[in-house]
Design a protein around this ligand. Structure first.
Ligand code: PLP
Length: 365
């Protein structure tokens, strides 16, 4: 560390020069995050110093976290849902599996997870010493319910379904999986980290939420399609007891117990997430999601006119394709199966899509 500090001018021009090395969002087609909505930024700045990890010191901020949980619970058909603001899908998924393991209380627990699951489940299984049983996908890259049923045994503490897969943007057959979970009495976690902020705003979308009686918990990330500041995830549970199974004593805080994974937790981004929901309402979210879906379909059509075929018709705003040459400066990604993957986030507006298609046309003629 420096003996004598820098002047503010020098410091900030150094920081700005580094920020300029980052990729301009106008060329990012690979990310599930986006430029935060201005109201999220404003709320974030207003709540910078708040710590949800010590709720007695921040009762106002804590009540806003409760309101965020209530709003999302209602959006997912369970206004009485319990939950809390996490750092994102990874933490929510780890905590869901931790709850399921705790509740099952079996000696050698396993979890049944689709092949398409986000790599956060690998981390969760590693940390929690869970055997990960992978379910094959069907031709549309969705989890096969029959194979899932066959992999479940008495040591299965959790089954996972994905509502909006990271790579192909499809929704697993959550309704059928919920039926299996109910039949076999297995905890069922739905990872809607991405799709949770898309599917409720579409005219026609598969059912994936707490309206299905087998769904035990659900992860949703406002810092993805919810346009919140980072980090903002939310874990929701049907039964409060599930969360309580994770409680530890916190003797020196203003509360005596906590069930969260992190201790210190930012109020700023949780309030940012709530601010977007309150500001846009259903109407505003429907408009944004409709725009993203329109751009996704335009991208698919445009690519197909160049002979670059789609891999699947997605349920959310993720488009995947066969091989293509991608010129700089575009930032795209590739799935484990080798498909080109593009995510039409709100910053990927119609002009960006057209300019990308023009470049693709020139490089793939
Ligand atoms: N689950 C899904 C479906 C995701 O797409 C992602 C990230 O893209 C995650 C979980 C992990 O979220 P995070 O990176 O916010 O921890």
């Amino acid at each position: 560390m420096r003996e004598k500090g820098l002047s503010e001018d020098t410091l900030f021009s150094f920081l700005l020069s580094k920020k300029k090395e980052d990729i301009d969002h106008a060329h990012i087609l690979s990310s599930m995050c986006t430029i935060p909505h201005p109201v999220a930024v404003r709320a974030h700045l207003q709540f910078m110093e708040t710590n949800l990890g010590d709720p007695g010191l921040f009762p106002g901020t804590t009540s806003l976290e409760r309101l965020l949980v209530e709003r999302l619970g209602a959006l997912f058909s369970l206004p009485s849902a319990c939950g809390y603001a996490t750092s994102g899908g990874t933490e929510s998924n780890i905590q869901a599996l931790r709850m399921a393991r705790q509740l099952a209380g079996v000696e050698r627990p396993n979890v049944v997870i689709p092949e398409s699951a986000h790599f956060s489940f690998q981390k969760a299984c590693d940390i929690l010493c869970l055997e990960m049983r992978t379910v094959a996908l069907d031709s549309g890259f969705r989890m096969d319910p029959q194979s899932a049923r066959e992999l479940i045994d008495r040591n299965t503490c959790c089954m996972v379904g994905i509502a909006g897969t990271t790579e192909y943007g499809v929704v697993d057959p959550i309704s059928e999986l919920s039926g299996i979970a109910k039949d076999l009495g297995v905890f069922f976690h739905v990872d809607a980290a991405f799709g949770g902020m898309v599917l409720p705003f579409l005219k026609h979308s598969p059912v994936f939420d707490f309206s299905l009686p087998g769904v035990s918990s659900l992860a949703v990330d406002p810092h993805k399609m919810g346009m919140s500041t980072i980090p903002a995830g939310v874990l929701l549970v049907r039964e409060r007891e599930s969360l309580c199974s994770l409680s530890v004593d916190t003797p020196y805080l203003t509360v005596k117990q906590e069930f969260t994974l992190s201790g210190t937790r930012p109020g700023a981004s949780a309030v940012g997430a709530l601010a977007v929901l309150e500001f846009l309402g259903m109407e505003g979210m429907r408009d944004i999601v409709a725009g993203c879906m329109k751009n996704t379909y335009r991208l698919i059509d445009g690519m197909e006119t160049y002979g670059i075929s789609r891999a699947v018709i997605p349920d959310v705003n993720v488009a995947t394709f066969g091989p293509a040459r991608i010129p700089p400066p575009w930032k795209v990604s590739w799935t484990r199966r080798g498909h080109l993957r593009l995510v039409c986030m709100p910053h990927v507006h119609a002009g960006v899509v057209e300019s990308f298609l023009k470049d693709i046309g020139e490089h793939n003629a």
